[in-house]
Design a protein around this ligand. Structure first.
Ligand code: ADP
Length: 326
């Protein structure tokens, strides 16, 4: 938690998102109104929660944190809504996992700052129409596609967070090493960033592990060799893939002859949940062009064979779409 930037100015990368937010925050502050509702989507660890905690600080308002799966019924979200202060923020993580009934309950809250509360039961039940304080809902999701249209349309600002460039991750590693008061040589910082899969959370985790390793194995200074040895030891390879990423590729190649294979079949074979694979493993493999997702399923590319040092089938010798034609 100590590594999480506190202000938007401390955040690195995502410049386009920051530019949009700065304008919106500026305008909302001048009007003394809440910001429009904001939806962030993108793979885990790219800064959705960080934005959701920095924005209220910039606005000078309070924030409440909730999570989609924990809000099982409308009654679970009522306390959050009634506790809202003027222009404050309600953050709902994993908003695509809100049950339908809760989602529908949010519609009037988002649009008119109003909810209906049913008091009592049976014939004596009464409906109380409650006015809420104007607020901003910030939603975060790893699966924008799973959000229903009506919910998605109620967000005025929708921003996608993409993977970070190597230089940006390197800057994050360097800044965080200062926060942790560990000396990390520049080539080591670059290597940690290179193996960070374009994701600040992963780069931070690699940094913490490398720091521990350096303290245990030497004087605590992180040199290039120390960083490489530490990451090699835990199975993090030169591209930043970890054991699970490689197991995914190996399963796809070995069991499914390279694909196409459905995600459920791959997940069952690996004994890992399909959600984990879709959210945490596939986005980076797709971006590094090691797998392709088609309507028939997932299949590997030449690059995956090369990376795993497995001999690829000769052209024309495999049913894999990439090797079919000679
Ligand atoms: P998400 O909510 O998208 O899963 P988080 O916001 O929790 O991701 O980010 C994970 C960690 O990565 C944070 O604790 C923070 O330290 C770091 N981080 C994320 N985005 C940035 C950024 N733009 N600059 C610096 N550090 C970042």
């Amino acid at each position: 938690m100590a590594l999480r930037p506190k202000r938007i100015a401390d955040m690195i990368g995502q410049q386009e998102v920051i530019d949009v937010l700065r304008i919106a925050i500026d305008a909302a502050r001048k009007r003394e109104q809440p910001l429009g509702h904001i939806l962030f989507d993108g793979p885990p660890g790219l800064g959705k929660t960080t934005f959701a905690t920095c924005i209220p600080r910039e606005m000078g308002v309070s924030v409440q944190m909730a999570s989609g799966p924990a809000l099982k019924a409308p009654k679970d979200i009522i306390p959050y809504l009634t506790n809202l202060e003027q222009n404050s923020v309600l953050f709902v993580d994993e908003i695509h996992r809100l049950p339908k009934a809760v989602e529908e309950y949010l519609y009037t809250a988002m649009e008119d700052f109003r909810i209906d509360i049913v008091l009592g039961e049976g014939v004596s039940a009464r409906t109380l129409n409650l006015q809420l304080k104007p607020f901003t809902l910030i939603g975060a999701t790893t699966r924008a596609g799973m959000l229903s249209g009506p919910l998605r349309d109620r967000f005025q600002i929708r921003q996608h967070l993409g993977f970070y460039a190597l230089t940006e991750l390197q800057e994050i590693v360097t800044r965080n090493s200062q926060k942790l008061a560990v000396e990390v040589e520049l080539p080591a910082a670059t290597e940690i960033a290179r193996r960070g899969r374009g994701t600040p959370r992963i780069a931070n985790n690699r940094l913490l592990w490398v720091r521990d390793y350096a303290m245990a194995k030497s004087d605590g200074r992180v040199t290039f060799d120390i960083a490489c040895n530490a990451m090699d030891m835990t199975g993090i390879d030169a591209l930043g893939l970890d054991k699970l990423d490689r197991r995914y590729l190996e399963t796809l190649i070995r069991v499914f002859s390279g694909g196409p294979a459905g995600i459920e079949a791959i997940a069952h074979t690996m004994n890992v949940s399909a959600d984990t694979l879709v959210d945490e493993v596939e986005p980076f493999l797709l971006r590094s062009e090691m797998i392709v997702r088609s309507s028939r399923g997932r299949f590997v590319t030449h690059r995956a064979f090369e990376h795993l040092k497995i001999a690829a089938p000769a052209d024309g010798e495999s049913d894999l779409p990439l090797f079919k034609q000679s």
